[in-house]
Design a protein around this ligand. Sequence first.
Ligand code: ADP
Ligand code: MG
Length: 246
Amino acid sequence: MSCLLQVRGLVKIFGALVATNDLHLQVMPGEVHALIGPNGAGKSTLVAQLAGELAPDSGSILFEGLDITNLPVPERVARGIVRSFQITSIFPQFSALTNVSLAVQARAGHSFKFWRDASTDPTLREPAQALLDQVGLGVRGNVPAGELAYGEQRQLEIAMALATKPHLLLLDEPLAGMGREEARVIVDLLRRLRGGPTILLIEHDMDVVFSIADRITVLVYGTAIATDRPDAIRANAEVQQAYLGG
Ligand code: ADP
Ligand code: MG
């Protein structure tokens, strides 16, 4: 099977610091691929380069066989590479349903002045409601987004990302700042997304990573030192020494 995403020798330098250092990575279609590594390893820098927010100093990114290294963010979104918390931020005064319907319309390429109101248009309401159902917010559609609980807002952001019909969903620490119960809801949601978009997941909770990832890449000092199935990563002596601390 050919790769969905191929990262070739990505370098990003901040002053004297090499944040991604000849980073190579291959993500296969349909997998949940976790990216782990110590704080400062370059995980978020990689995601920013994949999303198109940061230009690499050298190296290239191939997505579905196309070189996207220099594509701007909206063109990457249109091609299906999207991160949660990116497309549009939540409009706090609008309902959850309206927020999702705006993301659906953004994907369809409508300009802002033609955006329509989901509450009066079933062709917008139905797909938006289906996305809310999918993320577990089906009964919260009428609530202004700003009044949703913290965890529910993260669920809403995932619904908005899904509205763009991503082929690759980038999730950088989706459980950050959550309590146990909120985190459990998101982990269950990630499990349900299996079979949907390919997911590149950055997460610190190793129980979560090892229970939901198909493959794991370990990043240390900006370089991928290993990519393998969870059991092989757990058994990898170099990974143990560099990161897992045992
Ligand atoms: P991780 O997500 O793995 O914790 P980051 O990608 O956020 O790591 O950061 C990698 C390194 O790059 C860190 O040392 C961080 O301080 C540095 N860094 C990240 N972004 C910037 C920036 N915009 N300017 C300068 N240094 C940065
Ligand atoms: Mg980070």
